[in-house]
Design a binder for this molecule. Structure first.
Ligand code: SF4
Ligand SMILES: [Zn+2]
Ligand SMILES: [Zn+2]
Length: 318
């Protein structure tokens, strides 16, 4: 057997440790991390995500994706003295899970000297996610999973916090995998018009809405994890206890199996969704953002989704 080390395709000097299946590149650690940082810079430029003087709020959960993003943006920001970073975290109130994540997020922010702000479901909505789950479990007709509540309520919480800290942009660590999973979920839920809303940058304009950007939207989740591992970034490894209930989990497994058999298929799906998004945008009537009658936050309905959920949760024991 040939025991010679495989040499990195890019630098042609160091030993390769990763074979990138969708490009055929064999990469050493240094070239791999550089390739991720270059891709993030390119994505930011391609979708015009950030301006040189933006105050950027980064949504940090404590997981590998968001902490990799925090570290990469901290690196990029060094070249833009007028830009600034601030980390924002939502504490949903998930016992034995979010507490540890918060601690890890705090430690990373301290290491990078980035201010960290936290907002909790309990303070904002009056319930922790654990309490919400307990209440919805008492209902006979269980239509939504914990993640459905969590996702909608976290989105609003992040926007409120980003606005409170005076951010110009809210950067989230949604990866290529997250993006295609979300759009497949939209299809599986029969919500095809929502595909037009899942973009690398939001274009819904409203004075109360902090524009969201996703600098990892073209990076596979596997590679953000590898980046965190190479850079020795400390992140939370235990999964959320509610994750197995989500349909997203089944979609993830299916997509990973397909990617293994057909490298590059996730990128193809991503491109397809971008085309569908453009087609849907030209045919569908753009929904106007107005103010929620109850909380005053931007929404396309009379009462925003979060307020509808809170009303429903409160009403369970009435
Ligand atoms: S897995 Fe679901 S419940 Fe857990 S944090 Fe994520 S969205 Fe929330
Ligand atoms: Zn190399
Ligand atoms: Zn509302």
């Amino acid at each position: 057997m040939d025991k010679r080390a495989v040499i990195c395709t890019l630098c042609k000097r160091r030993e390769a440790f990763y074979l990138r299946p969708y490009s055929g590149e064999k990469l050493c650690r240094k070239c791999f991390s550089k390739s991720i940082e270059t891709k993030v810079r390119a994505t930011i430029a391609k979708y015009k995500m950030l301006k040189f003087n933006d105050k950027i709020a980064i949504a940090v959960s404590g997981g590998k994706d968001s902490l990799s993003l925090l570290h990469i943006l901290a690196r990029i920001e060094k070249g833009y003295p007028k830009a600034s970073l601030i980390a924002v975290t939502v504490d949903e109130g998930i016992k034995g899970y979010r507490d540890e994540a918060l601690k890890i997020a705090r430690e990373n922010c301290k290491e990078l000297d980035i201010d960290h702000h936290v907002i909790s479901f309990k303070k904002l909505y009056g319930f922790t996610l654990d309490e919400i789950v307990k209440r919805i479990k008492q209902k006979e007709k269980k239509e939504l999973t914990p993640c459905a509540y969590c996702g909608v309520m976290r989105r609003k919480a992040l926007n409120l916090l980003a606005r409170k800290v005076g951010a110009d942009k809210l950067a989230t660590a949604h990866t290529l995998d997250d993006e295609i999973q979300t759009n497949l979920l939209n299809i599986f839920h029969g919500d095809v018009l929502r595909i037009a809303r899942e973009k690398p940058t939001t274009d819904e304009a409203h004075p109360k809405l902090v524009p969201r950007v996703k600098p990892f939207c073209e990076i596979p989740e596997k590679e953000t994890a590898l980046y965190a591992y190479i850079k020795k970034i400390k992140f939370q490894t235990i999964p959320c206890p509610y994750a197995p209930e989500a349909l997203r989990n089944d979609i993830r497994v299916m997509l990973n199996r397909m990617e293994e058999k057909h490298p590059g298929i996730k990128f193809t799906i991503f491109k397809s969704f971008n085309k569908i998004c453009q087609a849907v945008e030209t045919t569908a009537k753009k929904e106007e953002l107005t103010q929620c009658k109850l909380c005053g936050e931007p929404t396309t309905e009379k009462v925003c989704k979060t307020c509808q959920m809170i009303e429903e949760i409160r009403g369970v024991n009435r």
